[in-house]
Design a protein around this ligand. Sequence first.
Ligand code: SF4
Length: 479
Amino acid sequence: MMKLLVINHKFHYEMEKLVRIFMPDKKIQVVYEDCDDYNLLTSVTDEIRVEMNFDSFKKTLSAPLCEDNEMQMGRMVYSLFGEYTSFYPKWGVLTGVRPSKLLINTEKQMGREKTEEYFKNDLLVTDEKFSLARTVADFEEKIIATSKPQSMSLYISIPFCPSRCSYCSFVSHSVENDKARNLLPQYVSFLEKEIAETGEIAKKIGVELESIYIGGGTPTTLSAEQLKTVVDAVSNNFDLSTCNEFTVEAGRPDTITEEKLLVLKNSPVDRISINPQTFNNSVLEAVSRRHTAEDTVKIFQLARKLGFNNINMDLIAGLPTDTLEGFKHSLDTAVTLDPENITIHTLAVKRASGIGQSTPEIAVKNATLASKMLDYAYEKLNGKYHPYYMYRQSKSAGSLENVGWAKDGTECIYNIFMMEECHTILSCGGGAVTKLKAPYGNEIERIFNFKYPFEYISGYEEIRNRKKRITEFYSTYSL
Ligand code: SF4
C-alpha cells in the first residue's frame, strides 16, 4: 500500500498516475486530511513541496511556485521515485496513453521545435522515445488527413475466446465454459440484428465507411458458419464502396481452420491477424495459451497459400518466463515469416488478469528486460518495417509502449483512426463502445453496449434505445 497525501492542489489524479508508473503493483490510497503516516506528501502552499517517506528512504524537495505547478510537481515526484527505485521511465512524466496524439496537438499550438523542447525538457521524454513518437506522428498525420467529416469506421466485438490467457484482462468469455459456449448462437443472432440496425442508422445519417475491424476476444472462436453470418451481415448492411480496409483479428492459431480462412477469403475481408505472442513453447505454456509455435507457423503458411497478403502478427515483450534470447528468437521467427505488419506489445499487468492476481510484481520485475526487448525489436524491424501507430497502457512493464510496425502501404488505418480519434466509430456487440466524433470539431460522445454477452442479449432493447442518440447527435450537423 502506498499512501499519497494531497494538500491544497488539484493534481491528485495525475500524481497518482505518475506514482503508478513506478509502482504498478502497489495499491495507492489518496488522502486529503493531514496525517503522519503518508509515503508521499504533495503540497502547494507558498511553494511546491514533495516529501517521500518510504521504507528507509526519506527525502524532501521544494520549488518556488511557477507557471505550471502541476508539471513542476510531476518532475519532483519523478526525481524522488527515480532515486528510490533507480528506475527512470523513458517516457518521463508523460502518463497519457496516446503520446503521438499529444505530439500532434502540441505541434499545432507550439510548432515543431518548441514541441521537441517541451517533450524533452518539461516532460522528460528521452531522445529515443521522442524520435519514435515523432516518426509515428508524422505518418499518422498523413492518414488522419484522409479522414473527412462524413467518415466513420465500424467495430464489431466478439468477446469469446477458446480459453483464457493468463496475462489478458479483456472482458472475454472462454468457451471452455458450457454456459459461455451455449450463448454463442444467440449472441451471433443478436449481433446480426445489431449490425443490420446500425447499418440503417449509418445510411440515415449519411456517413461513409472507411474501415472495419472485427476484434475481441478471438473472432475465430466462432464456427465457420457463424463467422460467415457476421461478415455477411456487415457486407449486406453497409455500403462498402468507400471502405479501404476490412480486418478480422483471427488471433489465436488454435481457433483458425482452413474452412474459416476460406470464409474470410471469399468475403471483402482483406487483412487478418495471426498472433503468436511468442514463438517459445514453454512461454506459451506459462501464459496458458493452448497452442504451439509450430501451430502459428502452420496457420500462417496456410493463410499465405490461400492468398492473404496483409497479415499482422502480435508479439509481447516481457512475458513471464521469457528471456531476451527467447524474445529475439520470437521476433526473428516472425520476421522470417515475413508478415506485412508486426505489432510489438509490452506486457501490461492489470488486476483483472490471471497474472494480476497471482504475480502482479512481474511488471516491475520485467521492466528492464522488456525495455531491452523493445530495443532489439526496433533495431531489427527498422528499415524493413516502419512504426505507424502507438499507444501506451497503464501498468505496462517499464511504462513502455505498444507499437504497430508495417511495410509501406500495409498499415492498418483503423488502428490510427481509432487511436487518434479522427472520426466516429460505430460499434456492435458485447462490450463495444460507439464513439461519436463531431464532424467539424473535437467533441466526443460515447455510447456503451453492455459488457458481458448475457447482458448484451438480455439488454438488447436498451442498447437499441441508447443508439437512437447517434441520429440525434448527427442531426445538428450537415454532412
Ligand atoms: S489474449 Fe486474446 S486470446 Fe487470450 S484471452 Fe485475451 S483476447 Fe482471448
